[in-house]
Design a protein around this ligand. Structure first.
Ligand code: SF4
Length: 233
C-alpha cells in the first residue's frame, strides 16, 4: 500500500483525544475539501507491505492509556478506504495484535468491509466543506455503537446542516459520539489558540445549547498544543 507517514503523537479529535497514538497516514484522496490540512498526503508516499507497516507500528507502539489499556493506532489519510484491498487486512492484523484501531474516513467510500472491532470516525462533509453531498448514506447502516460521527463546521449553514442531519437520520444514541468541530484556517501558523477557528467555539457552544443538540463540541487539540502548521504531530 502507499503510505505518506507513520508517526507517534497524541490523538487530536475524537473521544480518544489526548491519548498516545500511532498514526498510519495512507496516500491519496478523491475529495478536495476547502479546509483540508492533509494536502501533503494527496501524492507521493512510499510503497509498504502490511508486514512493513505492522513492524513500524510495533516499533513506535504507544503505551495503552485508554480505559482498556490497549495501545491506540489510527488509520488516516488522505482517504484510507481508497486502498481498501490492503487496508482491511492491515486493520485485521493490528486488531489481532491487540491494538485499539481507529479509522478516520470521509464515508464517501463503502465501509461495509471495515472489521467490526475498528472504531470508525466518519467525517460527514458539510455544505461549505467544498465536498457537500459526498457522504454515502448507505454507510449509516455500517455504524455501530462504538463509532463516531464528525462534522467540521465553518458557519451557521454548516451547523444547521449537521443539526438537521442528526435529527433526520435519528443518529442520537446510535453512535458513541457526534462531534461538532469548528473548522481551522488551513494557513494558520504561529499562535496556538482558537483565533484560527473559522467558527468561534463560543458561538458554536451557544447554538448547541440553544438547540439542545445531542453532540459534543470538539476542538482539534493538536492545533492548540503544537504550531498549527506543524506536520507529523
Ligand atoms: S477527505 Fe480528508 S484528506 Fe481528503 S480532502 Fe477532505 S479533509 Fe483532506
Amino acid at each position: 500500500m502507499q503510505i505518506t507517514e507513520i508517526y507517534k503523537s497524541l490523538q487530536g479529535e475524537s473521544t480518544y483525544a489526548g491519548l498516545p497514538c500511532v498514526f498510519v497516514r495512507l496516500t491519496g484522496c478523491n475529495l478536495r475539501c476547502t479546509w483540508c490540512d492533509s494536502e501533503f498526503s494527496f501524492y507521493g508516499g512510499k510503497k509498504m507491505t502490511i508486514d512493513d507497516v505492522a513492524e513500524e507500528v510495533a516499533y513506535l507502539r504507544p503505551c495503552g492509556a485508554g480505559p482498556a489499556r490497549q495501545p491506540l493506532v489510527e488509520i488516516t489519510g488522505g482517504e484510507p478506504m481508497l486502498q481498501e484491498r490492503e487496508v482491511v487486512p492491515l486493520m485485521e492484523r493490528l486488531l489481532a495484535s491487540g491494538y485499539k484501531v481507529l479509522l478516520e474516513t470521509s464515508g464517501e467510500r463503502p465501509l461495509g468491509r471495515v472489521p467490526r472491532d475498528v472504531v470508525k470516525v466518519v467525517d460527514v462533509k458539510c455544505p461549505h466543506s467544498g465536498e457537500p453531498d459526498t457522504f454515502d448514506l448507505a454507510n449509516l447502516g455500517s455504524l455501530t455503537a462504538h463509532d463516531e460521527l464528525k462534522f467540521v463546521l465553518s458557519d451557521r449553514t454548516d451547523y444547521e446542516f449537521a443539526r438537521d442531519f442528526i435529527a433526520q437520520h435519528q443518529l442520537a444514541g446510535r453512535v458513541n459520539a457526534i462531534l461538532f468541530s469548528p473548522a481551522f484556517r488551513k494557513d494558520a501558523t504561529g499562535s496556538r489558540d482558537t483565533s484560527h477557528c473559522l467558527l468561534d467555539p463560543e458561538q458554536l457552544a451557544q447554538w448547541m445549547l440553544a438547540d439542545n443538540v445531542p453532540a459534543r463540541l470538539s476542538l482539534q487539540i493538536h492545533k492548540l498544543i503544537w504550531d498549527p502548521a506543524a506536520k507529523g504531530v
